[in-house]
Design a protein around this ligand. Structure first.
Ligand code: ASP
Ligand code: MG
Length: 411
């Protein structure tokens, strides 16, 4: 069967953990699904684990074992989504709607074998299509799949978004809605910036930068997939019936702005390798080794060489397992002198497609931060983003000032 064999378009609705955290919320979700179905479309829902279930399962595992086998950890964590899918399907049946729940494997989600960070390799949506053809609602467990040997895998924290977008791509769905506890994507974190406002539409590239740079609203990999398969993505509230934020290929109907959003990310640390030899191949060895450790490097700066030596500084996610021991190994390996780990820094990111088109923007940004007496530790810029590394204590003030100066005045 193919999606074209169906008589109605498909909508994929993803419910995040907070939107299915209680029986009451699960019943609400079921009603929303029922309304959508009544509007004449097929519905596939993808669910996360209820509330903080995944965290609770993780701490249970830690009580039993300091190093649980990764296979067993995935079996355990996958149970969170299995619980919600069964309950949501029951709630739908309770409303008189034919619905059935499917695990990742039953939904045909095949991944590689990398437990806890598995990547989706392919989706065989046959069973899902057959269910839709019988006019049933499909409830699919997010965050999980199975590898070639039928082992259960999980896709990494927050991975249900990626399950939803991948399924939407495989089903050629008309849209994929990520329904959550916020009403859409904002110009800054509304918990920090009072004047933050909801963005009505933005392009995949801008959203990808935002997701990777501290906006917690979407799993970065889900945006990458949406861009690749041109899935029309919507982020909206799970409880209110409001329009949300539409993410699609940039088109002319979108607002023309220079700066789309300011994101803040304190969950990072800065590592400097001091006085490493200034010879070809050193950086290749350093970042080659980091790649082998699975370290995801955000920003790299090599300072001006002095007396045949360089300092190389980079920023990594705060939970990266790079400790003094690993760094000592790394520095010794390349003939460097010393290293520094600093986790009291944070990233301020100014994101927007107009950044590359607006010559004065960097100056404006630095002036705003200077007026706040915020010292810039590192700066990096690309087509879509200017990132400033600042002391963690200045993060909130800097975010507010930049938002006020670059976005609120632009209204
Ligand atoms: N339940 C998983 C987590 O908490 C996946 C998800 O919510 O997307 O990370
Ligand atoms: Mg989540």
């Amino acid at each position: 069967m193919t999606p074209q064999d169906l008589n109605k378009p498909i909508h994929v609705l993803k419910f995040g953990g907070t939107s299915v955290a209680t029986p009451e919320l699960i019943r609400n979700a079921a009603q929303r699904i029922a309304r959508r179905r009544d509007s004449g479309v097929h519905v596939v829902c993808v669910v996360s684990a209820m509330g903080d279930t995944t965290d609770r399962l993780l701490s249970l595992a830690r009580e039993i074992s300091t190093r649980p086998p990764s296979r067993e950890l995935d079996v355990l964590l996958s149970a969170g989504e299995v619980q919600s899918m069964a309950l949501l399907s029951m709630a739908l049946n309770e409303l008189g709607i034919a619905a059935r729940s499917y695990t990742g494997q039953q939904g045909g989600i095949r991944t590689d074998a990398q437990h806890s960070e598995a990547k989706i390799l392919s989706i065989d949506p046959d069973r899902v299509l057959e269910a839709l053809n019988r006019d049933e609602v499909v409830v699919l467990a997010g965050f999980q799949g199975h590898d070639d040997r039928d082992e259960i895998t999980t896709l990494g924290r927050g991975g249900s978004d990626t399950s939803a977008v991948a399924m939407a791509a495989a089903l050629e769905a008309e849209r994929c809605e990520i329904l959550t506890d916020v009403s859409g994507v904002f110009t800054a974190d509304p918990r920090i910036v009072e004047g933050a406002r909801q963005i009505s539409a933005l392009g995949y590239d801008e959203m990808l930068e935002m997701a990777n740079l501290g906006a917690k609203v979407l799993h970065g990999r889900s945006v990458e997939l949406a861009r690749r398969f041109e899935v029309s993505l919507i982020v909206a509230s799970a409880t209110a019936d409001t329009a949300g934020t539409r993410i699609s290929r940039k088109d002319d109907s979108m607002e023309k702005v220079e700066v789309r959003a300011v994101t803040d990310d304190r969950n990072v640390k800065k590592i400097s390798l001091l006085s490493v030899p200034d010879t070809p191949g050193v950086a290749a060895r350093i970042f080659g080794s980091l790649g082998e450790f699975g370290v995801n490097v955000r920003l790299i700066v090599q300072a001006q060489s002095h007396a045949g030596h360089n300092d190389i500084t980079f920023v990594v996610p705060g939970d990266t397992p790079l400790d003094d021991k690993r760094l000592e190994q790394l520095v010794t390996e390349v003939g460097g002198e010393n290293w520094i780990i600093d986790d009291r820094i944070a990233l301020l990111n100014i994101i927007g497609e107009g950044i590359s088109r607006a010559p004065g923007i960097a100056g404006t940004i630095f002036k705003i931060l200077a007026d706040q007496k915020i010292n810039l530790d590192l700066i990096s810029s690309s087509n879509l983003v200017i990132t400033c590394v600042v002391p963690e204590g200045d993060l909130v003030r800097g975010t507010r000032a930049l938002h006020e100066g670059l976005i609120e005045t632009d209204a």
